[in-house]
Design a protein around this ligand. Structure first.
Ligand code: ZN
Length: 498
């Protein structure tokens, strides 16, 4: 019977964020040295949970290593990364010979001294597990991948949804490939094609991406292609491995893998401009908010989304709404533990001059001092996940009303998954002129029926989506859109036109 080793390690590192990610941020989010069963069900624990269950059902022997995840944040401290890495390596070494190592990674962890933690980890795992072990990793599409990781792993599968909802489906894809490899029924070889592009590429927007993903799925399992994955890349990281990449796994045929990676990679490249999420300049977004409409306008405060490592406490949009005279508005989620604590002391109904936001890090920018009324308080509040499953901890919350605008604050850095987040905390949606979410894209589909339009706003902040404004120094060049046509395809296409 096969023996497999299962572990989880990941975060999404925003190298522009000012605050480091220490061990505490892993211990406070997902942490178990005692099996994934001890971790609350969520999308971050779902893959390992699935693998352990499937392996046990198949009668395999399962050894579990560390399971650790942190919310997106700044660069991981060297001590934290090395501690977790060495823990996993020691657990693997102690396990003795294994047939497979199956890892739930994110793929965008950057630590002090390590641009690509996953490549470092998997290379060292290969050194312990040996050349014959099957090493498989599951990644988020907002990852950094180069030949080092591809060379160290046998199987890499990336989520095929964005918003991400296919954690279990992809975990099963990984398990199936491992199962076939161990049985001698498949011999996975992987090719990587560099699409030389960066941006945010949602898969549920009208445009080329739904069709692209459909074609990609249709090509899997046929003519020797085992698996196809598009890595979108995580653009708020200044690392040499950055950028969109196409990954193809073929059955024993490297030339076939290379052809497939190139074919799909070029197809993505040719549609990159249409596929990329458009961002709305800050002033234009506020002008549209002022215009009003029959249903709320949804503004995604992209630059301050905690989901990509921003603090979640900037006041730029809040201040602009007040200045524009907009009163029927709601904002979530403001990360402000100090303000939440003060509100809990004061109680519902209290009115006082309050300092809101602008506290956590230099990108937090100016705070807002304003007359506030506490309208709702909650302890250990929870939020449903857009992926289903158990709710996740939101923390202690307070809703304050400032100039008519309702602000949902929490003592945990977290984004908005579902509209119920507002309703559960006494904030109505239908009567609002504007809703502001400190999110990027994950809310888009679930909020679509409730709002008249959604804009992705380029306000100031850590995760500013104006790529030309970010102080990149180490990403590979040329890369689109900083360079117009890195693969030289646009000129050829234009020349081919009659
Ligand atoms: Zn992602």
């Amino acid at each position: 019977m096969p023996r497999i080793f299962v572990a989880t390690l990941g975060t999404e590192t925003n190298t522009f964020a000012s605050f480091p990610t220490g061990l505490g941020q892993f211990r406070n989010y997902v942490w178990s040295e005692d099996g994934i069963a001890r971790v609350a069900p969520s999308h971050t624990s779902a893959p390992a949970r699935h693998w352990v269950r499937r392996a046990q059902e198949a009668g395999w022997e399962v050894v579990e290593g560390l399971h650790a995840r942190a919310r997106p944040s700044g660069i991981v401290t060297r001590g934290a990364y090395e501690f977790m890495r060495d823990r996993i390596l020691a657990q693997l070494a102690a396990a003795g010979p294994v047939d497979a190592v199956v890892l739930n990674l994110h793929g965008a962890m950057v630590a002090e001294g390590y641009d690509d933690c996953e490549a470092d980890l998997v290379t060292r795992i290969r050194g312990i597990a040996g050349p014959r072990a099957c090493i498989a990793a599951m990644l988020d599409p907002h990852a950094h991948i180069d030949h080092v990781l591809v060379g160290a792993a046998d199987i890499i599968v990336i989520l095929k949804t964005y918003p991400h909802v296919d954690y279990v489906e992809r975990a099963e894809e990984v398990f199936g490939l491992v199962e076939r490899t161990l049985a001698g029924e498949a011999r996975p070889v992987t090719a990587l094609f560099d699409c030389r592009s960066m941006g945010i590429f949602p898969l549920t927007r009208a445009g080329p991406m739904p069709g692209f993903m459909q074609a990609l799925r249709a090509a899997e399992g046929r003519d020797g292609i085992l698996s196809l994955s598009l890595n979108h890349g995580f653009p708020w990281a200044d690392v040499p491995q950055a950028g969109a990449k196409m990954l193809a796994i073929a059955d024993g045929d490297m030339a076939l893998a290379e052809r497939a990676a190139r074919e799909f990679g070029l197809r993505f490249y040719d549609s990159r401009a249409e596929a990329a999420l458009p961002f709305t300049p800050f002033e234009a977004a506020i002008a549209e908010a002022r215009a009003g409409g029959d249903r709320p306008l949804l503004l995604a405060d992209v630059a301050d989304q905690t989901g990509s490592g921003a603090p979640g406490d900037t006041t730029h949009i809040l201040r602009a709404l007040i200045a524009a005279g907009i009163r029927r508005a709601a904002i979530a989620v403001f990360f402000d533990p100090l303000a939440v604590g003060i509100c809990h002391d004061a109680g519902v109904g209290a009115r006082f001059t309050m300092r809101i936001g602008g506290k956590y890090e230099p990108h937090s920018g100016p705070c807002l001092d304003a007359e506030a009324e506490v309208v709702f308080l909650g302890r250990d509040a929870r939020q449903s996940q857009h992926t289903g499953g158990d709710s996740v901890l939101l923390g202690d919350v307070a809703v304050v009303r400032v100039e008519g605008i309702e602000i949902l604050m929490s003592n945990r850095r977290i984004g908005v998954f579902v509209p119920e987040l507002f309703l559960d905390h006494g904030i109505t949606i239908a009567d609002k002129q504007v809703l502001v979410l400190k999110n990027l894209y994950k809310h888009t589909d679930v909020f679509a029926p409730l709002v008249r339009r959604q804009l992705y706003v380029a306000a100031p902040g850590t995760s500013n989506p104006d790529w030309h404004e970010l102080p990149f120094r180490r990403i590979p060049r040329p890369i689109w859109p900083l360079d117009p046509d890195p693969l030289g395809r646009d000129a050829a296409a234009a020349g081919a036109r009659p």
